[in-house]
Every structure is written in structure tokens, then in C-alpha cells.
Design a binder for this molecule. Structure first.
Ligand SMILES: [Zn+2]
Length: 396
């Protein structure tokens, strides 16, 4: 589904209940956001053609030079990218346009950086860093006839990109809502396709089309970093500490770069197989399934799925998660579930005898699990099949 397949509405509310400290945090975030958008424009103006190009070019620098968390760093790339494209459109149609500049006291939020609590009529908003959030009350009309409730109380409308404005000492939230266009729902009733993705420690990602993404480059970077750290910790001086911080920063940038490449590859695969959506296991499930995965891997899984979500969104591909119940023990061909089916990277079904790479088998199960989930997700999306290659597959 492209973004044109949705109806869009905006609900304007005022926010109250913010403490002085909350307001300070939000204003700081807005200042940082403005700087980030202007930084992205400086980098991408005259250089980039698409939003995705802008993100590839500028994301790392935004993370390094501002205190924005990952979601806002991506949204700043997209916001600046949109501003650049509308300038280019004006120029192409012979109108005047100069390099965009961000000056307003406003900031974009989406459902990853903002949560709406419908029942409590509250919203929580990300500030600087990835985890600091503030909560505010939505000022809604007293009687439930207000047009706002039409969207807040209706499950068909989901909230999407929204803008927070600071004006005359007051906070206003322009809450964006969208709902799938009914005409498109019918035209795409039953032949949509999803790509299943399994996440793991050796292969960071494997798709249901048997594309393998090795975790090798990430693991190597981390081992190098740990070697340096152990050496430096023995010396324990100030300069050793600084060197360590530089190395940590470099490792983080490198890891994010590797994850960008993997995310691009997953989205390319979805495009190549004409998929409407990409399905992952939910991260909570991965924590249960891979208790041995270190914090570093958990960070990598979270970052990778975020990158895929953003890239997929610009391509009009949805991303959803499923609980990974037995995805690694279940045979994707006959459904037989048994602990003995899997030995390391090998999967051999104790019932039908099918053999395959264990992560590839799991990726197919992730997709199948999504298809079985029923009306509220797969059927509403018009998805009935998943992308796959037949026969046994191994990493190349
Ligand atoms: Zn089987």
C-alpha cells in the first residue's frame, strides 16, 4: 500500500499537565530538532533525489552532532527531505524557491516516538535520547460529540505522523490519523504477499526467500572493540578513557552502518518479490527464545527493525510483528513441532524428513504465523501468501 491508499485526518488538541521540567525538555528537543533539520538540508541540498537518499547520507551525522534519539534523527531526515523535494518541484515548474530553512518551534512525532493513551486521554512524547518521555493531557471537549472522538475512539483510524507546536506559551498537538482506503481494500482482497524475516545471532537476518545476512561484520567490530577496551582498562588513564570513548563511538557508527545495509537489503528483497509487507518476530519473543543473546545483539535487533520500518514506510510497505511461538522448532513444510527437529543451524523434520537451514525454516514460519493470525491483521491487509523460494537453501 502506498501512502495514497489511506484517508488522512488531523485532530488538533491543546496539551496540559506538563511540569516546568517537561516543558524545558520539550523546548530543548525542538531546538535540537530544528538544528538537525537545518543540518540535513545543508548536507542534502543539491545532492539527494529521494527521502531514502537523504536518510542514507545524513542519518549518522545527525546522530553524532545532535542529541536526538534514533526516531527523531530519521524523522528529521524525512522532514528535511520533504522540504527539499517540494522546493525542487517548485523549481521544476518554473517557480522561485530557495534552500529550505527550519525556523518554527514545532517538531514531528510518529507512533514510534509518541504513544496516545485513548482511555486516559493522554499522550507520551519522546524527548532527547531514545527513552526520555514526558506525558501530557489532551484537552478534549467535555461532551463526547466532539469531532476528536470520532478518530480517537474508532479503531479503524490509527494515529500516524503528528506535529507538536509551541505558540504563545501553549502547546498544541496536531494529531495525524489515517485509515486504509476502502476501495483499495477490495481491490487487494486476497493476493497480497508478505516477506517473513527471522532474526538470529549468527545470521542477523534470514528472509523467507532465502536471503541470508550474516552477523559477521557486527561481531568482528565488537571483538576488536573489546580487545582495545581490555587493553585500555589496564592502563586506566584519562587519555585511555578518551581513546575508549572514541572507539566506542566508532564501533557504534560502524554497527549502525552495517545494520543500514542489512535493512536496505531486506526492503530490496521485499520489493523484488512484490511484497506488501514484512513480518518479524516481536522483540519480546526474541528475548525469550535467545536468552543467550547479549545486550549488544538485542540492541542490534531493535535498531535493525527500526531501520526496516522507516525504509519500508517510504516504499509503502507495512511492517508487522508476530509472537515467535515455536518458529524455530516447527517444520515449515508439514507443521510438525518437535525439539529434536533442530540441531544448531540444521533443521531436519523428525516427521516428514525435510532438511533445511534452521533460520530459513524459521523465516518461513514467521510469515506463516502472520497469515494465520486472522481478520484484524492479515485479512484486513488482503494478504494470503508469503514470498519464498522452493528447495533447500544455505547462506552463500
Ligand atoms: Zn516436516
Amino acid at each position: 500500500m502506498s501512502s495514497d491508499d489511506y484517508h488522512h485526518r488531523t485532530v488538533i488538541t491543546r496539551l496540559t499537565g506538563l511540569s516546568g521540567e517537561d516543558e524545558r525538555l520539550l523546548l530543548e528537543t525542538i531546538d535540537e530538532w530544528r538544528d538537525a533539520c537545518n543540518l540535513v538540508v545543508d548536507l542534502a541540498w543539491g545532492v539527494c533525489e529521494t527521502k531514502s537518499d537523504v536518510q542514507d547520507l545524513a542519518y549518522e551525522q545527525v546522530r553524532d552532532e545532535t542529541e536526538l534519539g534514533s526516531q527523531h534523527a530519521v524523522l528529521a531526515c524525512h522532514g528535511a527531505g520533504d522540504a527539499i523535494s517540494s522546493c525542487n518541484e517548485r523549481l521544476q515548474s518554473g517557480k522561485k524557491a530557495s534552500k529550505p530553512q527550519f525556523t518554527a518551534r514545532s517538531i514531528t512525532y510518529d507512533k514510534r516516538s509518541m504513544t496516545v493513551f485513548h482511555d486516559r486521554e493522554q499522550v507520551s512524547l519522546t524527548t532527547l535520547g531514545d527513552y526520555a518521555r514526558v506525558r501530557a493531557d489532551l484537552v478534549l471537549p467535555n461532551d463526547s460529540d466532539g469531532y476528536q472522538y470520532q478518530f480517537l475512539d474508532d479503531e479503524e483510524w490509527e494515529y500516524t505522523e503528528s506535529t507538536l507546536h509551541y505558540r504563545g506559551g501553549d502547546w498544541y498537538l496536531h494529531l495525524g490519523f489515517r485509515k486504509p482506503n476502502a476501495d483499495n481494500d477490495e481491490s487487494a482482497t486476497t493476493n497480497g504477499t508478505v516477506l517473513g524475516v527471522d532474526l538470529g545471532v549468527n545470521q542477523i537476518a534470514v528472509t523467507s526467500t532465502a536471503r541470508f545476512f550474516s552477523a559477521g561484520a557486527l561481531t568482528h567490530a565488537r571483538h576488536e572493540f573489546e580487545k582495545t577496551r581490555n587493553g585500555l582498562q589496564k592502563t586506566g588513564t584519562q587519555s585511555a578513557h578518551r581513546t575508549l570513548e572514541n572507539r566506542a563511538g566508532r564501533e557504534r557508527r560502524h554497527a549502525r552502518h552495517v545494520l543500514h545495509v542489512v535493512a536496505n537489503g531486506i526492503v530490496e528483497e521485499a520489493l523484488e518479490y512484490d511484497c506488501d509487507g514484512i513480518v518479524f518476530e516481536d522483540l519480546e519473543g526474541i528475548r525469550t527464545r535467545l536468552p543467550e543473546a547479549e545486550w549488544h545483539s538485542q540492541w542490534a535487533f531493535r535498531t535493525l527493525t527500526e531501520f526496516v520500518e522507516y525504509k519500508a514506510e517510504t516504499e509503502g510497505i507495512f511492517v508487522e510483528t508476530v509472537e515467535p511461538q515455536n518458529t524455530s522448532k516447527r517444520c515449515a513444510d508439514c507443521g510438525f513441532t518437535h525439539d529434536g527437529n533442530r540441531a544448531g543451524n540444521e533443521f531436519e523434520c523428525q516427521s516428514c524428513g525435510k532438511r533445511n537451514h534452521a533460520d530459513y525454516n524459521a523465516a518461513k514460519n514467521v510469515a506463516k504465523r502472520y497469515l494465520r493470525r486472522g481478520p484484524q491483521s492479515s485479512r484486513r491487509r488482503g494478504v494470503s501468501q508469503y514470498a519464498l523460494k522452493s528447495g533447500p537453501r544455505t547462506p552463500s
